[in-house]
Design a protein around this ligand. Structure first.
Ligand code: ADP
Length: 623
């Protein structure tokens, strides 16, 4: 459980104080405000009104006369003129003399009203705001204190068995657990544990979970803080937070300090830089390095850090004696996905006959977090449909929800568009099937999704695939162009529906040339470097402008060739394209098996097309 040592006062407490101050301000300010309602008038009017008995009371001051009329709260002011008969005249008309037409506020009260109260109110307001803002700034009276959350011996402690798959990472971290159980064994033999261990891998693969599991298994306190929480609004505060964190950790040793997103402070330092925005971050990083160097390897504090951008880290952080051990936490493979699904499915009520292997195959490329989300979506779906167990169908549908969004309930596609989407999707699947003669897809659907996809082809992974041949990659590009090719073959016109395919095909063709050495001209020369392996794997070109232009020309050539190949295949099998597309149009969703059955049993006509299927007459085929 997080150790919250500072209890926040309820917000209503602050509101009450601010309200009280406002009431007091009003009370004391009122007399002053009355002062504001003084109306200037001239001396002759004053005389005239005196003679007409309209004046109630008057205060003659050294340089002015203030007066009030009968039945009127307003104070009038006029200048003082040498008028010896004034007093007699006023007495004659029974005007009262007064000394305090304007009530004087005591100097203490005015000091209070004009200075102390506003300062007090502003301070309180600021305090309320700072408390509310929480986050990295936290409480303004807490600057420079590390706001690491501390967990110890909680009920929901995470253990290694809760982290499915990731066997290598667990094996690696088991050593830390053994060490934390009995540091003296290591001391005795003279071995030092690594001070820092860096968990690297894509987001959602269970890095935080693993770190917590190490703490859970070793039964030691777990300090958790995110790199971005160190970055403070005042320079120097981040460094002071690091100091505070390590001070606390040393007091509680043996313990684990976990710094999530360490790249937020551990990014490469600016070498030639002169001051600027990065100063704070650099100071924080320097302090972290100093702290790590400062403590003995065997004092029982183990620092785990996680990042999905290891290449951006400052080399100084990775030096021996700092984060010198790197534990990769990769996306789970088929077996890992199945295990993760089982771990999460154990937390919900499921029907007994769920085939997790099928679901794991369908969810190829999913991270642990996505798989957890799939199980949860499936459970939500079961509740929505008033069932009390999660079924295979719930799981399958939720995979689509997680990857492609929810189904759009109200049909937004016209019949023409729906037909085009059917041909497009079947185009992909048919090109894939004709090239490999195997079921290319798990499922094809033309039900639009909230993600914006109008149709959706779910691919399955047949076992684990680690290597691709040049032909396989070319076939993949041909499959990607299959959707557009089908539109050309059927309608003779093209649409915007292929934008995502175009992006993927181009990326693949470019990678073939620049990274996989699959072009004759460039042979095995690397033309690009991957800049962000775990976050999309974008690559940066590392070649001359002249070569870049050559690469572009070759990318175009590869895609063009494969597009032509796909179109030829579809033209040669236009009757298959026709039959399957119309079947899909009618059914809206077909499985991979149905697809293969229609492809191979040519004489079997699909059921009669639904009403409203546009006629067969279509524009001439594209050349
Ligand atoms: P990361 O720190 O790598 O971004 P997290 O550890 O925060 O990922 O994982 C997010 C969630 O995903 C976890 O709370 C858990 O529900 C789920 N998850 C991720 N990997 C696994 C795994 N290997 N086994 C079980 N659940 C996992």
């Amino acid at each position: 459980m997080p150790d919250k040592n500072k209890q926040r006062k309820p917000i209503i407490y602050y509101y009450a104080i601010v309200m009280l101050i406002l009431v007091l301000l009003n009370l004391f300010m009122l007399p002053q405000m009355r002062q504001a309602q003084i109306i200037e008038t001239n001396y002759s009017t004053f005389i005239k009104e005196t003679l007409n008995d309209e004046i109630e009371e008057v205060e003659v001051q050294s340089n002015q006369i203030l007066f009030q009329k009968k039945g009127d709260e307003t104070i009038y002011r006029t200048g003082l003129i040498d008028d010896p008969g004034l007093t007699d005249r006023l007495l004659e008309h029974e005007v009262k003399f007064k000394a305090d037409i304007i009530e004087q506020t005591s100097p203490w009260i005015s000091l209070l009203v004009s200075w102390l109260f506003p300062i007090l109110a502003a301070t309180l307001l600021l305090r309320v705001l700072m408390n509310r803002s929480g986050g990295s700034g936290g409480n303004m009276f807490n600057l420079g204190k590390s706001n690491a959350r501390v967990y110890q011996g909680s009920e929901q402690e995470i253990r290694f068995k809760d982290v499915a798959g990731e066997d290598e990472a667990k094996e690696n971290l088991q050593e830390i657990v053994t060490y934390l159980h009995d540091p003296s064994r290591y001391k005795h033999i003279g071995a030092t544990m690594p001070k820092g261990i860096l968990l690297v891998g894509p987001p959602g693969t269970g890095k935080t979970m693993l770190a917590k599991a190490v703490a859970g298994e070793s039964n030691v306190p777990f300090f958790s803080i995110s790199g971005s929480e160190f970055v403070e609004m005042f320079v120097g505060m981040g460094a002071s937070k690091v100091r505070d964190l390590f001070k606390n950790a040393k007091e509680k040793a043996p313990c684990i300090v976990f710094i999530d997103e360490i790249d937020a402070i551990g990014g490469k330092r600016n070498t030639g830089g002169i001051g600027g925005a990065n100063d704070e971050r650099e100071q924080t990083l320097n302090q972290l390095l100093t702290e790590m160097d400062g403590f003995e390897g065997n004092n029982g504090v183990v620092i785990l850090a996680a990042t999905n951008r290891p290449e951006s880290l400052d080399p100084a952080l990775l030096r021996p004696g700092r984060f010198d051990r790197r534990v990769p936490v990769e996306l789970p493979d088929l077996k890992g996905r199945e295990e993760i699904l089982r771990v999460h499915a154990a937390k919900v009520k499921t029907a007994g006959n769920i085939d997790y292997n099928v679901i794991a195959r369908m969810a190829s490329g999913a991270s642990g977090a996505e798989l957890a989300n799939i199980v949860n979506e499936a459970a939500l779906r079961a509740v929505r449909e008033n069932r009390n167990v999660v079924t295979q169908k719930d799981m399958e549908e939720s995979i689509e929800v997680v990857f492609a969004g929810y189904q759009k309930k109200n049909a937004i596609l016209t019949d023409e568009e729906k037909l085009r989407v059917s041909y497009h999707e079947v185009g992909h699947a048919l090109v894939a099937a004709l090239q490999t003669d195997s079921a290319p897809v798990q499922k094809i659907t033309i039900i639009p999704r909230t993600s914006g996809a109008l149709g959706y082809t779910m691919q399955v992974e047949e076992g684990n695939h680690y290597l691709y041949t040049k032909e396989e990659l070319e076939n993949r590009i041909a499959t990607l162009t299959g959707g557009r090719a089908a539109e050309e073959v059927k309608f003779g016109t093209i649409s915007t529906g292929a934008s995502n395919d175009i992006e993927q095909a181009t990326k693949l063709a470019r990678a073939m040339i620049t990274m996989y050495g699959m072009s004759d001209d460039f042979d095995m020369v690397a033309m690009a470097t991957v800049s962000n392996k775990y976050l999309g794997g974008d690559s940066t070109l590392a070649c001359s402008d002249q070569t870049a232009a050559d690469i572009d020309a070759r990318v175009v050539k590869i895609v063009k060739e494969q597009h032509a190949k796909a179109r030829k295949l579809l033209e040669d099998h236009s009757d298959d394209l026709e039959r399957i597309s119309r079947y899909l149009y009618e059914k809206e969703t077909i499985t991979g098996e149905e697809f293969m059955a229609i492809l191979h049993h040519k004489d079997e006509e699909p059921e009669t097309p639904a009403e409203g299927v546009p006629s067969e007459e279509t524009p001439a085929k594209a050349e």
